[in-house]
Design a protein around this ligand. Structure first.
Ligand code: NAD
Length: 372
């Protein structure tokens, strides 16, 4: 079996799906590895390192032509090069890329998307790329906030006087939010967290951060441990509570998502207009069609008339490319080991993990919610 590693084609993407260390592990399983030239360069993994680990570095055409399994993060922009029977593994966001999934299915490609992993299954945890990447993003969000904020995060006592610590509010306390909370606390900020899920509120408290008092506190758990979308009434109660709380904070980091739905709007223009000049809002959910923060633009830093810096930070994991690639490669390896127990691909669709992550096989889409 040959596993191929594609260079990411998305503009600002710096991660790579497999590291030289991952290559070495695959070689131990007697799997051949083809790495596209330059695939790891933007994460500081040079071709020579891949070769040293036992991979063959080749042009993109050869990687497509000679690989049985292809690894990537985002969907490549030239998937038409995939061959029937080939397995494509990535974080492909199939719910938002239905046409692409249909085309790959029709082309006979077996598509596996790690974002469909059943995350509460303990056997699947080593493969959980959403968690590993959200962890990196949450960490970087706190650093980015500290950098953009006009004050210090910690309380500093100097001869020139004492500074008060920054008041940081993290909205959405899943994987990214909890890591943002932990990182902001390490930097010395006073951190408050908020989530609609009861379990997440307990997680906030366990980090030592304050749980935001105010927004109504009933559990809003949906399927698979995820949040569900709020009803109109719940949403307006949440909005007014947050509008009142937000202006008390110097830094807001938002990470709220509801699977399969647009990200909930948590920071309104009204709340933004009442924040102090020099304060910062980081929106990890920023997307072309909205985000958690009104007016946030993906990958863009704007300053409101009131002097509040708003940063749309949709893909922060890519900005810590070494750590993020290393973690992703381990997730991909765990999946590959599961998929190829003896070095050959065995696609057992009765297996709970594979049944969840396989999007297409044998010329058809296998997950009904992806069929348009
Ligand atoms: P996510 O990215 O889907 O959402 C981030 C957070 O936003 C969630 O905590 C969610 O509750 C919150 N949220 C949604 N709507 C909100 C609103 N209106 N206001 C405030 N907060 C809102 O979540 P995630 O980080 O991917 O994690 C989702 C769940 O999966 C969590 O329960 C997490 O513990 C669970 N998980 C479990 C495992 C495991 O068991 N191994 C691994 C990873 C994640």
């Amino acid at each position: 079996t040959t596993v191929g590693v594609l260079r990411e084609t998305a503009g600002r993407e710096r991660r790579v799906a497999l590291t030289p260390d991952g290559v070495a592990r695959l070689r131990k399983l007697d799997v051949a590895v083809l790495v596209e030239a330059g695939a790891g360069a933007r994460a500081w993994f040079e071709d020579i390192g891949y070769e040293g680990a036992g991979a063959v570095v080749a042009g993109r055409d050869r990687v497509y032509a000679d690989s049985d399994v292809l690894l990537c993060l985002h969907p490549p922009d030239d998937v038409a090069a995939c061959r029937p029977g080939q397995v494509l593994i990535g974080l492909l966001n199939p719910r938002s890329n239905r046409d692409l999934m249909q085309r790959l299915a029709t082309a006979g490609v077996t598509v596996i998307s790690l974002d469909l992993l059943p995350r509460t299954l303990s056997r699947a945890q080593a493969m959980d790329a959403l968690t590993s990447q959200a962890n990196v993003a949450g960490y970087k969000a706190a650093l980015l906030a500290a950098e953009a904020y006009s004050g210090f995060f910690p309380m500093l006592m100097t001869a020139a006087g004492t500074t008060r610590p920054a008041q940081v509010l993290v909205l959405g306390a899943g994987v990214a939010g909890l890591q943002a909370i932990a990182t902001a606390r390490r930097l010395g900020a006073l951190v408050t967290g908020y989530d609609v899920r009861e379990a997440a509120r307990a997680d906030i408290a366990s980090t030592g951060a304050t749980v935001l008092a105010g927004p109504e506190r009933t559990g809003k758990e949906g399927e698979g441990g995820y949040a569900r979308e709020l009803s109109d009434d719940e949403q307006s109660a949440q909005q007014s509570a947050l509008d009142e709380a937000i202006p008390r904070f110097d830094v807001i980091i938002t990470t709220a998502q509801v699977p399969g739905r647009p990200a909930p709007r948590l920071v309104s223009e009204n709340a933004l207009s009442k924040m102090r000049p020099g304060s910062v809002v980081i929106d990890l959910a920023a997307a072309p069609d909205g985000g958690n923060v009104e007016g946030s633009i993906p990958d863009t830093r704007t300053v409101t008339d009131a002097g509040v810096t708003v940063i749309g930070a949709a893909n922060l994991a890519s900005t810590v490319p070494g750590a993020a690639s290393t973690a992703y490669a381990r997730n991909a390896l765990a999946l590959l080991t599961h998929l190829m127990p003896r070095g050959e691909v065995v696609l057992d669709l009765d297996d709970e993990i594979l049944a969840a992550v396989v999007v297409s096989h044998g010329g058809a889409l296998t997950r009904k919610e992806i069929r348009s």
